[in-house]
Design a protein around this ligand. Structure first.
Ligand SMILES: [Mg+2]
Length: 237
């Protein structure tokens, strides 16, 4: 089936479920609705500026990294480009202190078609839940980023934003727990994720739903996708 047919099929499902009750579609954010590539590139550029005077060569390498060469982990990106281990570690610390901070969230671009698709879910009578491994401390930047890219506003009516209460909770455990609550609010008819382990959790929990893996990038944990997961590049129809 084409990407268009798959995405349209879920919207039809949303409409028929909404006639029976509350139809819910769950969207992950990072590398699902948003591309984090520009956030990575900004941090790389800032780190390059920091080391420029001591190590102009490495700074040049970092600045020249192309967005399609970015790995999920910044340490792997550094390694792929031949940076020495010590510098890779410093970069990792520098990245970690910034990647989850509100101003940096505003660097993100969208995965194509995402805002229109979330709109369509609501237009067809469904509810969009943004369920993310970002934590409450990132609410401000997340809301600003959603609005800036014209996603449905998470006002708790058409769309709702579900964040982790604290940074330290592992994403999988948090999502597993949050899904219990979401399932009580209506029928989860579909979901979108970039992490194979998370998509599998949706398939097991809501076997009648339609679940999608975005082929962007993921943590690289070796997880086999369960049967029935649909793979898509983006949200264009
Ligand atoms: Mg994600």
């Amino acid at each position: 089936m084409t990407q268009k047919a798959l995405l349209d099929g879920l919207l039809d499902e949303v409409e028929s479920s909404a006639k029976r009750g509350t139809a819910i579609v769950v969207f992950d954010l990072d590398d699902t609705l948003f591309s984090t590539a520009d956030r990575h590139l900004r941090i790389l550029a800032e780190f390059a500026a920091l080391i420029e005077t001591q190590d102009a060569r490495s700074a040049g390498i970092l600045r020249a990294i192309a967005r399609e060469k970015l790995r999920y982990s910044i340490a792997d990106t550094a390694k792929d480009h031949g940076l020495e281990e010590k510098l890779g570690k410093d970069l990792r610390d520098f990245w970690f202190a910034r990647f989850f901070k509100n101003p940096y969230l505003l660097e993100d671009s969208i995965i194509a078609g995402g805002p229109e698709y979330a709109d369509a879910v609501i237009a067809r009578g469904g509810k969009a839940f943004y369920m993310t491994g970002r934590d409450e401390g990132m609410r401000e930047g997340t809301e600003a980023s959603l609005l800036r890219h014209r996603f449905p506003e998470p006002d708790g009516k058409g769309a709702t934003l579900v964040l982790k209460p604290s940074f330290d909770t592992p994403d999988f455990a948090f999502k597993n727990e949050a899904l219990h609550k979401i399932a009580e609010l209506g029928e989860v008819v579909g979901s979108f994720e970039n992490e194979p382990a998370h998509v599998n959790m949706f398939v097991e929990r809501f076997p009648k739903g339609r679940h999608f893996l975005l082929e962007t990038k993921h943590s690289g944990r070796p997880v086999e996708l369960l049967a029935g997961v649909h793979r898509i590049k983006d949200f264009r129809r």
